[in-house]
Structures are given as C-alpha cells and as structure tokens.
Design a protein around this ligand. Structure first.
Ligand SMILES: CC(C)(COP(=O)(O)OP(=O)(O)OC[C@H]1O[C@@H](n2cnc3c(N)ncnc32)[C@H](O)[C@@H]1OP(=O)(O)O)[C@@H](O)C(=O)NCCC(=O)NCCS
Length: 174
C-alpha cells in the first residue's frame, strides 16, 4: 500500500503542477520536491516526464484514466507513443472515453512531436476498437496468442494512428 500511495502522490502532484505552472515549466525536481519523494522512487514507477496520464472525474470520483507512454527508448522511435485507456464500468457509454481520447490526441498532435500512436486491443473488444476507429486508428496486424486470458490464449490487434496533419517547418525564405 505504501508503494501505491507514493505512485498516486506522484501522479496527483504532477497533475497539480502541470495545471498550475504548465507542463513545460514543471521539472522533475519540482514534482519530487512537492510530493516529498526521492528520485529513486520516481524512476521506480515512471521512466521520466515523457509519460502522460489523464484522469476523468465525475463529482470528485475517479471514473476513467488514459495514458500516453514512449513506445521505445531508441532515438529513432521518439515519434511513437503507446496509448492505454479504461473507463469504470459504471461510467461507460457516456462519452468519457471519447473525451479522454480527444484530449490525448490533441496533446499528441499539438504538443508532443508525436507522429504515431500505437496500441493493442483484444480482437473481441469491439467497443474499444470502435472508439479507436473514431479517432483514426487502423488495424495493422493480428498478434496471435497475444495474451493468456482466463486459461485461453487470445489474439490482439495491433492498431496505430498517424498524425493526420503533421506539423512542418515554415521557412521565411521559401
Ligand atoms: C473502451 C472504453 C474505454 C470506452 O469508454 P466509454 O466511456 O464507454 O466510451 P464512449 O462513451 O465515449 O463511447 C465510445 C464509443 O463506443 C461505443 N460504445 C461504448 N460502450 C458501448 C457498448 N456497451 N456497446 C456498444 N457500443 C458502445 C459508443 O457508442 C461510442 O461509439 P460512437 O461514438 O461511434 O457511437 C470502455 O468501454 C472501457 O474502459 N472498456 C474496458 C477497458 C478497455 O477495454 N480498454 C481498452 C483496452 S485496449
């Protein structure tokens, strides 16, 4: 429970500082100091400030979360992020998943220099696939026997979305 408390404190502190000071003006040191956590604990839970976690609240109750995480550490994969999302069963089908996806895609498209968002989804999870398709994700392949689920190996789709309108450099001499 102590570990979970530390992780939660880090997330909530980072969110508060991002809100108050802005993402770009909040350093890892600021988060550590405000959360009263040492750097070893931070890097135990998070590889760095590149991970983004959004939460959805209804009347102060946490009902959904969505995250973007670097897809790999290699420099040549810096343009790719991995996406995960879940909404509490009691709060589904009310547009919360759509709201979280809208915020994540806006952040990825306009602030992250992210060209490609990747995810995996079980092939029988048609509801999530529908949500992803609404945001331009396409199936790129099938991962066979991807995970063991309740005693059965199940397949997953690899889906991805490329930036619909990648930013370009405007040259003054062009
Ligand atoms: C997938 C998930 C995040 C969607 O969240 P949500 O808040 O219900 O999503 P929304 O209310 O914004 O609806 C998104 C789309 O899914 C559809 N949908 C949502 N629940 C549905 C249901 N029970 N049956 C049919 N369609 C459904 C909506 O109609 C909507 O599609 P549309 O805009 O084309 O009509 C949510 O169902 C969930 O957390 N599922 C369990 C965890 C999970 O599967 N995560 C993804 C792992 S890859």
């Amino acid at each position: 429970m102590v570990a979970a408390d530390t992780r939660t404190r880090l997330v909530l502190t980072a969110m508060r500082l991002f809100w108050e000071k802005g993402y770009g003006s909040t350093s890892v040191a600021d988060v550590l100091q405000a959360a009263k956590v040492n750097s070893g604990s931070l890097y135990h839970f998070f590889p760095g400030k590149q991970d983004l976690l959004l939460v959805a609240e209804v009347n102060g109750e946490l009902v959904g979360q969505a995250g973007l995480h670097p897809a790999g550490v290699a420099i040549r994969r810096r343009h790719a992020m991995y996406l995960g999302i879940s909404v509490a069963s009691t709060a589904q089908r009310q547009g919360i998943g759509t709201a979280l996806m809208t915020a994540l895609c806006d952040y990825a498209d306009n602030w992250l220099a992210c060209l490609r968002i990747e995810l995996t989804v079980y092939t029988d999870n048609e509801i999530a696939q529908r949500l992803y398709r609404n945001f331009g994700f396409e199936v790129e392949g099938t991962l066979r026997a991807y995970a063991l689920r309740d005693g059965v190996y199940v397949d997953a789709y690899s889906m991805a979305r490329l930036h619909p309108n990648p930013p370009t450099v405007t040259r003054s001499d062009a």
